[in-house]
Design a protein around this ligand. Structure first.
Ligand code: ADP
Length: 185
């Protein structure tokens, strides 16, 4: 059994999993998109490659309706060939100096993605480490924002079953593990 499934059985709503988010069969997986919604590199490229053209088609329809997606906002599409039901595309902030509202904008990504998930009846949501790739947000600072924002949301929510933080690299895994364990003490 996948390690994250074991943790759910233990009644933990915050789950840490190291691997490829395109393989995660959550109700919704979150994409670290760019504001064009037309795909890019990193996790965005991986999601579009694995999910097939249906995701891009849906993104184009959203663009035709509302234009680009502002930083911190989120939109939802079907998940094409992925095992998830939905992809929630959110646009993380590009790290500049830390005093351009980056923490608030990153928190908005997590909050708005979770709101959208609940609105679509998604009970399990998987997040990548938004903004910590090409957008250069320091990994430790981004993890603090992610865990704090998701924990606060969960504390006020009784609909969601669990949230999976999908980390791709060992460095992020160690950062998340330390922070999640600290919160439990
Ligand atoms: P951003 O532009 O928001 O920084 P990136 O895609 O460059 O987005 O990186 C965000 C995070 O996603 C990084 O920590 C990167 O290691 C991770 N990542 C890349 N590919 C995958 C994947 N297939 N599954 C999960 N995480 C991934």
């Amino acid at each position: 059994m996948d390690s994250w499934k074991k943790k759910i059985q233990q009644g933990n709503r915050l789950v840490l999993f190291q691997g490829d988010i395109t393989k995660v069969a959550a109700d919704a997986i979150v994409n670290a998109a760019n504001s064009s919604l037309l795909g890019g590199g990193g996790v965005d490229g991986a999601i579009h490659r694995a999910g097939g053209p249906a995701i891009l088609e849906a993104c184009k329809e959203i663009r035709a309706r509302q234009g680009s997606c502002p930083t911190g906002e989120a939109v939802v599409t079907p998940a094409g060939n992925l095992p998830a039901k939905y992809v929630i595309h959110t646009v993380g902030p590009v790290w500049q100096s830390g005093d351009r509202d980056e923490p608030e904008l990153l928190a908005n990504c997590y909050r708005n993605s979770l709101k959208l998930a609940v609105a679509h009846g998604a009970k399990t949501v998987a997040f990548p480490n938004i903004s910590t790739g090409v957008y250069s947000y320091p990994k430790d600072k981004a993890a603090e924002v992610a865990i704090r924002t998701v924990s606060t949301f969960l504390a006020q929510d009784s609909f969601l079953d669990y949230i999976i933080f999908v980390v791709f690299d060992k460095e992020n895994y160690n950062i998340y593990q330390q922070l999640i364990n600290k919160d439990k003490r």
